[in-house]
Design a binder for this molecule. Structure first.
Ligand code: DON
Length: 307
């Protein structure tokens, strides 16, 4: 493999100069204001080396990437009984789609589409006040990243709430099927705030380490989840982490990955690296255009594809 530090730098240079950068998400006003010229990349290796380039220290809204941490938290609470309420199949539909819910009795296809993430938020709420559930997720994310500087961007959370009519519809629709157990507005409060967690590429790659280390926080360190659960979360990221573009991401990059409309992507090379890429401009499927391209370049040069 070529020198990794150099490779990360070269990829960032190519992305900095790219002219076609996609479109920033416009449906949440604070996201629409983010400068599309930014690009960040951070690779944390299994040995603990950290290679960063570009705007890798700049916090951005992790949005749907939070669904990985929320799922991990919910599985810790209820174990595999979670799968009675959420499926494990790719949906082939956009992240905020409602069409399958009627045919499938209010059971979302997987935990990474919005409907599935709302059920996960409902599980994490577990009869507590939304503030407690959100605080717990934030503390868990800080623990995973070894970084107390991770925060929730309240302006983004408020904007999610003010514009989240599809999510409000999804939560209420699933409530009608009995698959949301709390008042929908409480479950939605948890979901909107988890989407508003802000992290840098470095913080995000650090938080993803347990998925490269087979469920351990660090090699020889405390266990976050079992090895089997880490494998399964990675499998879901690979098959469902990019919604209706999950197949294309597997084809181009070949790594478990989870995207967010803030332009971030967390990708895992099991046993090798945890990687975060960020560029706010999105492609037609709502995934970071340059983030995906950067991961494609990285996987190609390192041979890290799982295939
Ligand atoms: O509309 C929402 O639910 C968002 N705040 C989160 C969506 C998201 O990041 C989808 N991913 N690509």
């Amino acid at each position: 493999m070529a020198d990794l530090a150099r490779l990360v730098q070269d990829i960032a240079t190519e992305m900095r100069d790219a002219s076609d950068r996609g479109e920033v998400a416009s449906y949440i006003p604070p996201l629409a204001r983010v400068d599309p010229r930014q690009f960040g990349l951070c690779v944390v290796t299994a040995e603990g080396a950290v290679h960063s380039a570009g705007e890798s220290e700049e916090p951005f809204s992790i949005q749907s990437i939070s669904k990985v941490f929320a799922l991990t938290q919910a599985l810790g609470k209820v174990g595999d009984t979670l799968w009675r309420r959420v499926g494990r199949e790719p949906s082939g539909t956009p992240f905020n789609s409602i069409v399958q819910l009627e045919r499938e009795q209010g059971i979302p296809r997987n935990p990474f589409i919005n409907a599935g993430a709302l059920v996960v938020s409902d599980i994490n709420l577990a009869g507590h006040a939304p503030r407690e559930a959100i605080g717990e997720l934030l503390r868990f994310t800080r623990y995973l990243a070894d970084d107390d500087g991770i925060i929730i961007d309240e302006a983004v959370a408020r904007a999610e709430q003010a514009t989240g009519f599809r999510n409000i519809a999804l939560a209420n629709y699933m409530k009608a099927f009995g698959n949301i157990h709390h008042a929908p507005e409480l479950t939605l409060g948890v979901y909107f705030h988890q989407c508003a967690i802000a992290m840098s590429c470095r913080q995000l790659a650090m938080a993803g380490r347990f998925l490269m280390h087979g469920g351990l926080h660090l090699p020889g360190g405390p266990r976050v989840v079992s090895a089997q659960r880490a494998r399964r979360i990675n499998a879901l990221m690979l098959t469902c982490g990019h919604y209706d573009a999950s197949g294309d991401f597997a084809f181009r990059v070949g790594l478990p990955g989870k995207s967010g409309v803030g332009g971030g992507i967390l990708a895992i090379a099991p046993g090798k690296a945890a990687i975060a890429a960020w560029s706010p401009g999105l492609n037609a499927n709502g995934n970071s255009m340059l983030g995906t391209l950067a991961l494609e370049r990285l996987a190609e040069a390192t041979g890290w594809s799982v295939f």
